[in-house]
Design a protein around this ligand. Structure first.
Ligand SMILES: [Zn+2]
Length: 290
């Protein structure tokens, strides 16, 4: 009798060891033989089925922040400010330097935000990657298409152009076809008002027209909900943020220097001006500290 119990105990132990062996095998990602791979796959399938309840939805557009990283303190991040991509004055960024800077962002694992993602970072305090940046270009220069788009496409970088909607027929400005092509290539088009008047010089009704009409132009021509505005020359009157919110904007960017964070108000965000001829070391400092 005692012998039989011992034998059964031995069999149970052996079975347990075999089962444990299978579990340990699950950790190995690559099987050296086909049969091993088959075992691993079966095991993975069963584990996955067990750990994910059938009611749980996968990461979808319904909650794009589902897999983002929550932050301990309030998130600050750089919103880079560019204008024309050309050689010239201090508002112009030479194309070779622009490409070098964007290549640096890519090499250093920066995630380039869309306006919608920037809004989610500021409102959820979660981020899609450790290092994030929102690249913006003001004024809608045609060279943003001719020079910028090939660079953006080659490097797989997202950026946002703030377009002056009343300038779309100007020879040096982006026309509607170019704006549409940029949009389909992951370059967001947002508002820089209709006529680029400094809003602190205008009465409330005129400001509202600048804000509403430019949004309507982009909403209807690009079939989108335009959520961000760059205030011309960074100028805001006491009512400008409120009027922009009433017009339907969720984010407003200024020319105040510094990293952006929700504490300064979603409609008056800081930016980081990028001047030509700075070193990559200075560029890094600006990205990290504003
Ligand atoms: Zn401007």
């Amino acid at each position: 009798m005692k012998k039989i119990y011992l034998k059964m105990g031995f069999i149970v132990l052996t079975l347990l060891l075999i089962l444990t062996g299978c579990q340990a095998n699950h950790g190995a990602k690559t099987g050296s033989t086909n049969s091993q791979a088959a075992v691993t796959n079966t095991s993975e399938t069963s584990v996955t089925n067990k750990s994910v309840p059938p009611t749980e939805t996968p990461a979808t557009a319904a909650d794009p922040t589902k897999n983002w990283l929550p932050a301990v303190g309030p998130i600050s991040f750089p919103v880079l400010m560019y204008h024309s991509l050309a050689v010239g004055n201090s508002l112009m960024m030479p194309p070779d330097q622009f490409k070098q800077q964007l290549q640096w962002l890519k090499d250093n694992d920066y995630y380039t935000l869309t306006p919608e993602e920037a809004y989610l970072v500021l409102t959820t305090n979660k981020k899609p990657a450790d290092k994030i940046v929102w690249i913006t270009l003001d004024d809608g220069y045609r060279n943003n298409y001719e020079v910028g788009l090939p660079i953006f496409s080659e490097l797989g970088i997202n950026a946002t152009i703030f377009d002056i909607t009343g300038y779309q027929a100007n020879p040096n400005s982006l026309d509607l076809d170019q704006l549409k092509t940029l949009k389909t290539n992951n370059i967001a088009i947002q508002s820089h008002t209709v006529s680029h008047h400094e809003l602190d010089q205008l009465d409330d009704a005129t400001q509202t027209r600048e804000l509403v009409d430019s949004k309507q132009n982009l909403d209807s021509n690009l079939q989108q909900d335009t959520i961000a505005i760059s205030f011309p020359v960074g100028k805001m009157g006491p009512n400008t943020a409120g009027l922009a919110q009433q017009a339907g904007y969720k984010l407003g960017v200024t020319t105040h220097e510094g990293l952006a964070n929700s504490g300064e108000g979603l409609l008056s965000l800081n930016r980081v001006r990028i001047n030509p001829n700075i070193s990559l070391q200075d560029y890094q400092n600006l990205l990290e500290h504003g």
